[in-house]
Design a protein around this ligand. Structure first.
Ligand SMILES: NC(=O)c1ccc[n+]([C@@H]2O[C@H](COP(=O)([O-])OP(=O)(O)OC[C@H]3O[C@@H](n4cnc5c(N)ncnc54)[C@H](O)[C@@H]3O)[C@@H](O)[C@H]2O)c1
Length: 370
């Protein structure tokens, strides 16, 4: 049965990356788009025209309330994520919500509680744990190939968005938009963080956005220190303050070796492994260059079809949010924060190999234009 998608928020991520993923799932008949809504008239009309849908929906509820919508994608600005994802789960829909799942811990806690009782599945971005490269790195770490994890560094940044003001307003910022990837990756490797401190601030107080100058209110520069217990530490360097780099996204140092994930954690370019026992670097090229950071949608569809739980857990997204909010608070007053939440280690079951094979077939077809 083809799942009906309802899209809320038809901005840049919908117009490019998610639409591409929807096309890949639409081609073999696994999904169809039933309704789209954006508060911006032009974006809503543009998206509706593309799928030959009603362009005059007046509110998100007009998407969420429809019988022909099985799965809601929440692709709006961040402050809207929590309430919209909650409403969609309450309506019995499956939900994919872009990161972070909410901008306050209270909203995220409500969402988490609901995800445990609601009939629909909840997938929270980022979807980076699903990449073949990340899975290989996670497997190598769990197999003890570099011994006990002791310390790590991660970074992700760029010059910053120019297409919407909300990125620089309260509820936006570089930690929520970019740092979230590194925080999510590092915690997937080390397990839950226990303590956080940070330097978080605004390095460029005036920005040009949509052709107009604006005052920046949300963080655009951050260094976050994570304490995983037993004096095991990691640092995340992120910001709308970085023009270019040629360094690994993630460097993990263990008692017997080192792993480096190359590229970005949302767009990996393979990984490298040093083991003292081998005395050499092993280089693993990117296993699937077609892997997209929107794969969370395919994963959600896979899980709905198979009736199984998702590998990426809402608890993990909640934990990352708790860390980022704690980092922002520590950035204001310099006081380290204890982190309370926990999440389960990702479990990649055997079905992934089969799904990888299917994905490669479908993606090769869509790349060949077949
Ligand atoms: N742009 C990227 O490269 C990128 C990558 C990964 C994830 N994301 C995440 O995706 C989300 C969207 O980012 P974007 O770059 O597409 O932003 P965007 O500003 O281009 O699009 C967001 C859209 O949401 C709409 N919107 C706001 N409130 C709404 C509401 N209540 N109901 C319906 N529509 C509403 C806006 O009008 C806008 O069109 C963010 O959470 C962002 O962090 C962005």
């Amino acid at each position: 049965m083809s799942l009906g998608l309802g899209v809320i928020g038809c901005g840049s991520v919908f117009a490019g990356p998610y639409r591409g993923m929807i096309e890949r799932l639409r081609a073999p008949g696994r999904v169809h788009v039933s309704a789209v809504y954006d508060v911006d008239d032009a974006k809503r009309r543009g998206a509706a025209a593309r799928y030959d849908l009603d362009p005059d929906l007046a509110a998100p509820e007009d998407v969420i309330g429809r019988d022909d919508v099985d799965l809601v994608l929440v692709l709006t600005s961040m402050n809207e994520h929590g309430p919209l994802a909650k409403a969609a789960l309450e309506a019995g829909k499956h939900v994919l919500v872009e990161k972070p799942p909410a901008t306050s811990l209270d909203e995220a806690a409500e969402l988490l509680a609901l995800s445990r009782t609601a009939p629909g599945l909840l997938v929270c971005a980022p979807h980076i744990l699903l990449s073949p490269t990340f899975r290989a790195v996670h497997g190598a770490v769990r197999d003890g190939r570099i011994g006990d994890l002791l310390t790590a560094r991660a970074r992700y940044g760029w010059a910053g968005p120019w297409w919407n003001e909300w990125f620089y307003e309260p509820g936006g910022g570089s930690l929520f938009d970019l740092g979230v990837y590194n925080v999510t990756s590092l915690c997937a490797l080390f397990g839950p963080a226990r303590r956080v401190t940070a330097m978080v601030g605004v390095a460029i107080p005036e920005r040009e956005v949509n052709g107009r100058s604006m005052r920046v209110e949300a963080d655009d520069n951050a260094h976050v220190l994570l304490d995983f217990g037993d004096a095991r530490f990691a640092v995340v360097t992120t910001g709308f303050t970085i023009q270019r780099y040629r360094s690994p996204a993630i460097e993990v140092y263990g008692s017997e070796g080192t792993i480096q994930l190359l590229g970005d954690d949302w767009a990996p370019e393979g990984w490298e492994l040093w083991r003292n026992a081998d005395g050499a670097w092993h280089v693993f090229p990117e296993a699937d260059p077609h892997w997209q950071w929107t794969e969370g949608l395919r994963h959600l569809v896979d899980c709905v079809e198979a009736g199984r739980p998702t590998v990426t857990r809402p608890e993990h997204a909640y934990h990352a949010l708790e860390i980022m909010l704690a980092a922002q608070a520590a950035g204001r007053d310099g006081v380290a924060r204890t982190i309370e939440s926990d999440f389960p280690d990702p479990v990649y079951d055997d079905s992934f190999a089969k799904l990888d094979a299917e994905r490669l077939v479908h993606d090769r077809r869509s790349h060949d234009g077949l």
